[in-house]
Design a protein around this ligand. Structure first.
Ligand code: ATP
Length: 326
């Protein structure tokens, strides 16, 4: 491993009885980056995070966090990490400030230090104005921001005892509305700006696309694809040509023309938007041929565009390919 790696996972396996949740997971996360761990329900994301956070012992393989082995040096690991789980344990009846101070005391900060740290974190996560309201009155987004702030209290940190080196975020925006989600994303960006390494598990492709420097797609307990969002799209997805047909009654005819011209076996149709979409291999040839063929058939197009695949398409492609192989 490089000394700049915040997380190193090698051949990690976890069996729950006969159920194999992790089947030889390998992953390296450079310090100061956001690593997305993307996978469907039951892929093993939570299991991996719980092992890295020393809450669960692996059945085989090895994992280092901030240079320390999660099995043989759990205390050293715990001092350097923060964990935001799917359900964080804040007290509903206390205010945000009181919760943070309590967490600070639990992390052995003295009363003054805990109060100062609570103040800093409320400020940093735009909760200063609401710091005295009970948590039960918070919106979903505020709740998650408070969870995030609470997960940052501990750790030896890199900035004078403030905050963990590695932060695990397990589905941090599940159940939030779009606004809450955007707020949490912005809070995570702030953190990373401060040098924290983040391992983010998510089922939302857009979230990984927005936040992660690198993404590992995991399925059935192992990494099935890895790279930046753009690399994954380029490597696994197929470019597409989208055509909006002016006359809805010509959609069917246009679909066969576009299919032939693009050399595509399958053309998807969206009746409401009068939109056809087909995968292409040679972008420019497909574009030229589609324009020519539609013209020859007397079909008018309102819009024709080449586009890169979305991460959703890549994700479906990788996980479906695995199902087909199974
Ligand atoms: P989700 O997004 O639903 O949380 P996940 O990717 O986090 O999914 P895990 O929770 O790590 O997946 O679960 C991986 C597999 O291990 C699943 O098939 C799950 O049913 C199984 N599993 C998890 N915890 C246990 C347990 N305590 N006992 C038995 N099986 C378990």
């Amino acid at each position: 491993m490089g000394t700049d790696d915040a997380v190193v996972i090698e051949g990690l396996r976890k069996d729950y009885g006969t159920k194999r949740a992790l089947a030889g997971l390998d992953l390296t996360v450079p310090a100061g980056t956001v690593q997305g761990l993307l996978g469907p329900n039951g892929a093993g994301k939570t299991t991996a995070v719980r092992i890295l956070a020393t809450l669960l012992r692996p059945s085989a393989g090895r994992a280092l966090v901030a240079g320390h082995d999660v099995v043989t040096e759990p205390d050293a690991v715990r001092h350097r990490i923060g964990l935001l789980g799917q359900h964080a344990a804040v007290d509903e009846d206390l205010s945000g400030r009181q919760n943070l101070e309590l967490f600070g005391r639990l992390h052995h900060l003295g009363a003054r230090r805990a109060a100062a740290r609570a103040g800093e974190l409320l400020e940093r996560f735009a909760l200063a104005d609401t710091g005295r309201k009970p948590v039960s009155a918070y919106s979903g987004g505020m709740r998650r921001r408070l969870d995030l702030a609470a997960s940052l209290i501990g750790g030896d940190g890199t900035d004078g005892g403030a905050g963990p080196q590695v932060l695990f975020l397990d589905e941090p925006t599940t159940g939030l509305d779009p606004r809450g989600r955007t707020e949490v994303w912005s809070a995570v960006r702030t953190l990373v700006g401060g040098g924290t390494t983040v391992l983010l598990t998510t089922q939302y492709l857009e979230e990984a696309d927005q936040l992660a420097d690198a993404i590992a797609v995991i399925d059935a307990g192992r990494v099935v694809a890895e790279g930046t969002a753009d690399e994954l799209k380029a490597k696994l997805g197929t470019d597409r040509i989208d055509v909006v047909v002016r006359d809805a009654t010509r959609l069917q005819a246009a679909a066969s023309v576009v299919g032939m011209a693009a050399g595509a076996a399958e053309v998807t149709r969206d009746e409401d938007r009068r939109l056809l979409s087909a995968p292409v291999t040679d972008r420019m040839a497909a574009l030229a041929e589609t324009v020519r063929a539609l013209d020859a058939a007397g079909i008018e197009a309102e819009d024709i565009a080449l586009r890169r695949p979305t991460l959703d398409e890549v994700f479906l492609h990788t996980t479906e390919a695995r199902e087909d192989a199974a």
